[in-house]
Design a binder for this molecule. Structure first.
Ligand code: GDP
Length: 461
């Protein structure tokens, strides 16, 4: 990884979401950022102003002298900037036309259109952040709930980076020790170093194990816990949905180009983000025919990490209930006996005769005992993990995959020592583990991979 500031050309992009808005920001980064901005700005000589200051003026087309917009321009000289390069941000009036015109002016005056994620990539290339932090920038942008944003922020501060560096250092120390022994074979310390290598491999392995344990939670926090609410018509699904979406802010994402069926709705219940699956079917309750039925539930259940199965506790179990109980039995599920205010024909004991799944007796209508829903979810998915807010967490598949690979190499080290393999061969596995861990932080990540990773970013970041 380049720790030295590398000089790149100057890039420009619109950094705020495309569309109507109060203000938009067009951002420049690179050697000529200030010079280029100065060419299109009237109000002050930006090349003379102090760093980290903001200035009022107008954006003009230097050729036609036409005034394009009124703007506030921030000038930030490297290295104390996001990319470590000189950065200029033009705050202009929102709206596609004006913002685009300003961008075009900058491009005409020497800037190049930024690639997706290129600002973050530069921050990485210039050594300001590591890959785990770069990934957290992406997570922050995409965060669907407060909790997932909080965890991403934590990662941005370098929590995972610190831990990985420490593990790598442990391996490096051991490798260095082993090099000494290979170079001076007259010191016959093979036994000792073999055991030492094994010991370190075990220690590091254990710590990796711990990090991997957070990966499931990290995935949930990042993507939301995919949750299907199922039950036969009239048991209270849409009432539950209303409860969840009313009390907490629901974020509804309508993915362009797909039908309403794949509408994704996010809610958070006691800070656990739930991604509700197929709520479209539940919303359409006015239409009795369209009510979510067994067939449709089956589809939702397939994709779910968690199934909330509702039964009307005030009535006998119907055949449809039994069918639902049966086909969700291999899923992590919580059985909700609703309508307790109307009396109970189905008891907890009856359900517990057929399954170990936790049972909650509630009246959604009367908002009774709904807190225990969050408690059960916590028990099911987060038991054994302490206060997750400040915990270092593995938040994506890339990181988890590499941790597994590193653990595998360490396992080879242990087997190698146990079977008295020559230590310079064992050393190769140790080095592999060290390299693999380095890929997590980007310290030994191939260039193509880095390019690929950053291309997943959105434009202007
Ligand atoms: P869905 O078809 O599963 O979505 O069920 P709904 O949420 O539309 O509920 C069906 C009916 O049951 C509605 O009239 C709700 O007001 C009512 N309902 C829901 N929960 C309760 C409850 O806890 N107690 C009582 N008495 N009625 C409820």
């Amino acid at each position: 990884m380049a720790q030295v500031l590398t000089q790149f050309d100057t890039i420009a992009a619109i950094s705020t979401p495309i569309g109507e808005g109060g203000i938009s920001i067009v951002r420049l980064s690179g050697e000529d950022a200030i010079e280029i901005a100065n060419k299109v700005f009237k109000g002050k000589d930006l090349e003379q102003v102090a760093t980290h200051t903001i200035h009022y003026g107008h954006i003009i087309d230097p050729e036609t002298k036409k005034v394009v917009d009124e703007a506030m321009v921030s000038v930030m000289k490297g290295p104390k900037t996001f990319t470590r390069e000189d950065v200029v941000e033009i705050n202009c009036h929102g709206g596609m036309v004006v913002t685009n015109e300003i961008l075009q002016l900058l491009l005409a005056n020497g800037a190049r259109m930024a690639d997706p994620g290129e600002y973050t990539k530069r921050a990485f290339m210039n050594g300001r952040i590591d890959l785990t932090q770069a990934e957290s920038v992406m997570d922050i942008i995409r965060a669907k709930t407060d909790k997932s944003r909080e965890i991403a922020m934590n990662q941005l501060k370098g929590g995972l980076l610190g831990q990985i560096r420490e593990l790598r250092q442990n391996l490096l120390d051991t490798m260095a020790q082993e090099e000494v022994n290979i170079d001076y074979p007259e010191y016959d310390m093979d036994d000792m170093t073999g055991n030492q290598m094994k010991e370190v491999a075990q220690q590091v392995s254990k710590k990796i194990e711990k990090l991997l344990l957070t990966a499931q939670e990290g995935k949930i926090m990042r993507n939301g816990l995919a949750t299907a609410i199922v039950g036969r018509p009239n048991v209270g699904k849409s009432s539950l949905l209303n409860y969840l979406t009313q009390d907490e802010k629901a974020i509804v994402t309508d993915i362009a180009g797909t039908t309403r069926d794949t509408l994704e709705e996010y809610v958070s219940i006691k800070n656990i983000p739930l991604k509700l699956i197929d709520t479209a079917g539940i919303h359409e309750t006015e239409d009795k025919v369209e009510k979510i039925g067994v067939e449709r539930s089956k589809k939702a259940v397939q994709d779910a990490d968690l199934v909330l199965l509702l039964l009307d506790g005030s009535r006998e179990l119907s055949d449809e209930d039994k069918e639902l109980l049966d086909f969700t039995k291999f899923k992590k599920r919580i059985i909700i006996l609703n309508k307790s205010d109307l009396g109970s024909k189905i008891t907890r004991e009856m359900i517990q005769k057929i399954t170990d799944s936790p049972v909650i007796m509630t009246s959604i209508l009367e908002r009774n005992n709904l807190d225990s829903l969050a408690t059960e979810i916590e028990k099911m998915f987060f038991s054994g993990l302490e206060n997750s807010a400040n915990q270092v967490m593995v938040t994506n598949q890339r990181q988890a995959g590499l941790l597994q690979k590193a653990r595998q190499s360490l396992q080879e080290v242990i087997t190698g020592v146990d079977s008295s393999m020559p230590l310079d061969l064992v050393q190769i596995d140790l080095k592999d583990a060290w390299d693999t861990l380095g890929e997590i932080t980007g310290e030994s990540t191939p260039d193509e991979l880095i390019t690929e990773l950053f291309s997943q970013f959105c434009l202007g970041k």
